[in-house]
Design a protein. Structure first.
Length: 308
């Protein structure tokens, strides 16, 4: 049972004023923006790596990117480790890069679990065309659950399960006193629309590539950014893949060799490898491959719950 103090805390957190666009005003606290990686996984069912999701945390607020499987429980783990902005009941904004299932199957979790834990505001979801239909169908799929929780004995509120979906274009897609978020198009296989995001957060610039093959769009979006979080696969292990998968990954994703060349042009202060396809390689192997391809900047291979 949730204590009255947890309930009070949730109500206070939700009482921050929302603008007419659904954005939440920032608290007065000032803090350096931090990337908290919630999941580094792929469609592979790796028990050590939750599905792709991360958070930009600044000013006491969390801004999620993608909703892979396990996103809410990983956020709870980050809260336990000291990042209070990632308390599940406070999760109310997410930016979706594209509609691949491994990036979105955590959406029902993100919609309903924080509500059960007394989030009282709708979840704001920003993403490509199709995200509104996806969230509408998810709300319909759980209509019986909503009915039982609201009209039954459980003391559920009538607003926290709802979704405010925003189908976005490129350019500035969100702004508050903590962050400015810009979306840019990236090439990802057969997807007609896939986005990367640039966050400008209290003097720190953070770029998330989304799923993409090596792209000039990422270079332009970073352009000396503080942190570039980029997907990657092992170029050394790639040659062992079946030909049909080699064709797919070359068209949809970025090898260590390609990423080294991209990062050398983008000049991030820190390159974070993310959504890694290892195929038997290790984190150290990926970094070694980046180095062997000539990249000399700071680079790290992310792990779940890593902070950057």
């Amino acid at each position: 049972m949730i204590s009255r103090w947890a309930t009070l805390a949730a109500l206070v957190a939700c009482a921050t004023a929302r603008s007419v666009t659904g954005q939440t005003s920032a608290p007065p606290a000032r803090s350096r923006a931090t990337v908290v990686v919630l999941g580094t996984g792929t469609p592979n069912a790796d028990p050590d790596r939750s599905g792709p999701a991360l958070a930009i945390v600044t000013g006491g607020q969390a801004y999620l990117v993608d909703a892979g499987p396990g996103v809410v429980r990983r956020a709870a783990a980050a809260e336990r480790a000291g990042t209070t902005a990632l308390a599940p009941r406070l999760l109310d904004r997410v930016f979706i890069t594209h509609l691949h299932s491994d990036h979105t199957v955590g959406l029902p979790d993100l919609i309903f679990t924080p509500w059960v834990l007394e989030r009282a505001v709708p979840l704001s979801v920003y993403g490509p065309p199709g995200i509104a239909a996806m969230t509408e169908h998810l709300e319909a799929a759980y209509a019986a659950d909503v009915h039982v929780r609201i009209d039954g004995a459980e003391p559920a509120n009538e607003t926290g399960y709802k979704v405010e979906a925003h189908e976005i274009d490129t350019g500035v897609v969100y702004r508050d006193t903590n962050v400015v978020v810009r979306a840019f198009m990236v090439p990802h296989g057969d997807w007609k629309v896939a986005y990367g995001y640039r966050f400008e957060a209290r003097g720190r610039s953070i770029v998330v590539s989304g799923d993409t093959r090596a792209s000039d769009a990422v270079v332009r979006a970073c352009n000396g950014c503080d942190v570039l979080i980029h997907e990657v696969y092992s170029a050394e292990k790639f040659v062992r893949r079946p030909p049909e998968w080699q064709r797919y990954h070359a068209a949809a994703h970025t090898s260590t060799k390609e990423l080294a060349a991209l990062a050398a042009r983008a000049h991030p202060k820190l390159l974070v490898l993310y959504h890694q396809l290892f195929w038997g390689a290790t984190d150290d192997d990926l970094v070694r491959e980046i180095r062997a391809a000539g990249y000399t900047g700071a680079v790290v291979s992310a792990h779940d719950l890593g902070r950057y």
